[in-house]
Design a protein around this ligand. Structure first.
Ligand code: DAT
Ligand code: MG
Length: 153
């Protein structure tokens, strides 16, 4: 577990259309994570097929790509202690109906095919996803809250 672990978090087109961008960003800010990259992007199907390459062949894959390409997404990288695993806990389960209240999916959505957000499932996937969505690199800066959030950092 690293203080500087990074995860790729994405607000999907339904999250953008439903005006949930600010609320989702606020959860990561308030938890103590550091925003190190962010952009609004209308991704092509080809780009999304790379992002979801491990799901190619699943029956829902074509619908997933169509949904993800249907409007802009907010692509972000958040950094901090245990960012990958804790980020997934903050999102909730893949199926929103199985997501606890208090998680993002548990509070804001109902359907697996409209589950408003994405989070990397491992440090290795996070590295690949960050390279795919931010080939220009992430932003380096000192965040003034760090010593107030992380002990002995
Ligand atoms: P997660 O997004 O929780 O990492 P995943 O990587 O297994 O889940 O799947 C990626 C997305 O694909 C998921 O957020 C929604 C969609 N999806 C997964 N399983 C599905 C299913 N059984 N039916 C419809 N869409 C599904
Ligand atoms: Mg996944």
């Amino acid at each position: 577990m690293s203080f500087t672990e990074r995860t790729y978090i994405m607000i999907k087109p339904d999250g953008v259309q439903r005006n949930l961008v600010g609320k989702i960003i606020a959860r990561f800010e308030e938890r103590g994570y550091k925003l190190v990259a962010l952009k609004l992007v209308h991704a092509t199907p080809e780009h999304l097929e790379k992002h979801y390459a491990d799901l190619k062949g699943k029956s829902f894959f074509p619908g997933l790509i169509k949904y993800m390409a249907s409007g802009p997404v907010v692509a972000m990288v958040w950094q901090g202690l245990d960012a990958v695993k804790t980020g997934r806990v903050m999102l909730g389960a893949t199926n929103p109906l199985q997501s606890p209240v208090g998680s993002i999916r548990g509070d804001y959505c109902l359907s697996v095919g409209r589950n408003i957000c994405h989070g990397s499932d491992s440090v290795e996937s996070a590295e690949k996803e960050i390279a795919l969505w931010f080939p220009e690199g992430i932003v380096q800066y000192t965040h003034i809250q760090e010593p107030w959030v992380l002990e002995d950092n």
